[in-house]
Design a binder for this molecule. Structure first.
Ligand SMILES: Cc1ncc(C[n+]2csc(CCOP(=O)(O)OP(=O)(O)O)c2C)c(N)n1
Ligand SMILES: [Mg+2]
Length: 320
């Protein structure tokens, strides 16, 4: 493990921030304070953080409808994120986009996306731009097991492969596309197998293990920056919440959920960090408290922010 103590703590704190952001979002949604749709990332924190830890300024990320974790892992501002969820003028999209449209170009974050699988060609395009400019940047695309059945996967992987684009395709295989289990929507066990059809490496890792994800992404990012082309990484993971908030989850059992909760990615990192002597139980508690404060400040900021005015309605519809 090449990560310093400071870096490990930083990554752990990001995972805790994602967890608390999402737990609060769930509660606020249930109370009717957040309009629209939200898809939460609880249980999948190791994937976003393990991948993003390998990126630099100038790299690009294409996200999904389940995108809060990706942006937090990239260093997104939780105040602006909550403000967007609350539909406030101070939010990332001035309150007009909501959860599934949050983007932050200053971070190379090309946006969450309500269209399943739409990030794949976006990332291929961003990777092409990096290669064309010769700026050593890479583009990462997150997408789900469900999205891996879309034609956009074929188009993006094929082009990225023949043009040796600096792209990393990260499939977050959480075993379900809405209510449909993976074995009902595709005839393969590992989405990573699809890489061979494009002549690129495909690797399947435990997506709940921060270190396994980190190492797979480290190798893929290295290959991309060296000009060796794209990699497909499949992270096997599980979402603890329903597909969307309000989903009654009748398609899965409590036993399955409980079994995955035992593989909690945060508890697993915590144990490893305790064993490595990176922190103590008390220091861990202090991290949770610190994050709690940041999250509360984010929520307060959002609640105290104004709603957009009627006059704002036609602003930002077209760009010059
Ligand atoms: C092109 C398109 N088809 C269908 C939908 C409806 N839809 C929203 S999320 C989803 C399932 C996505 O599953 P997966 O890619 O595994 O992501 P997960 O929700 O599991 O993170 C579907 C079918 C959509 N938004 N876009
Ligand atoms: Mg899925």
């Amino acid at each position: 493990m090449t990560l310093s103590k400071e870096r490990l703590l930083e990554l752990y704190k990001k995972m805790v921030t994602i967890r608390q952001f999402e737990e609060n979002a769930a509660e606020l949604f249930a109370n009717g304070e957040i309009p629209g749709f939200v898809h939460l990332y609880i249980g999948e924190e190791a994937t976003a953080v393990g991948v993003m830890a390998n990126l630099e300024a100038g790299d690009y990320i294409a996200s999904t409808h389940r995108g809060h974790g990706h942006l937090i892992a990239r260093g997104g501002d939780v105040k602006l994120m909550y403000a967007e969820l609350f539909g406030r003028k101070t939010g990332y999209c001035k309150g007009k986009g909501g959860s599934m449209h949050i983007a932050d170009m200053s971070l190379g974050f090309l946006g969450a996306n309500g269209i399943v699988g739409a990030g794949l060609p976006l990332a291929a395009g961003a990777a092409f731009a990096c290669k064309y400019r010769g700026d050593n940047g890479v583009a990462v695309c997150f997408f789900g097991d469900g999205a891996s059945n879309r034609g956009t996967l074929h188009e993006a992987l094929n082009l990225a492969s023949i043009w040796k684009l600096p792209a990393i395709f990260v499939c977050e295989n959480n075993m379900y596309g809405i209510s449909m289990r993976q074995e009902h929507h595709q005839n393969i066990k590992d989405v990573a197998d699809r890489a061979s059809a494009y002549g690129i490496p495909g690797i399947s890792v435990d997506g709940n293990d921060l270190f396994a994800v980190y190492e797979a992404a480290e190798e893929a990012v290295k290959r991309a920056r060296q000009g060796d082309g794209p990699t497909l990484i499949e992270c096997k993971t599980y979402r603890w919440r329903g597909h969307f908030e309000g989903d009654p989850t009748v398609y899965r059992t409590d036993e399955e959920l409980e079994a995955w909760k035992k593989k909690d990615p945060i508890k697993r990192v915590k144990k490893r960090l305790l064993d490595m002597g990176v922190f103590t139980e008390e220091e861990d508690m202090a991290i949770w408290e610190e994050v709690k404060k940041e999250i509360q400040e984010g929520i307060e900021f959002a609640k105290n922010s104004p709603l957009p005015d009627e006059a704002d309605l036609l602003e930002d519809v077209y760009c010059d």
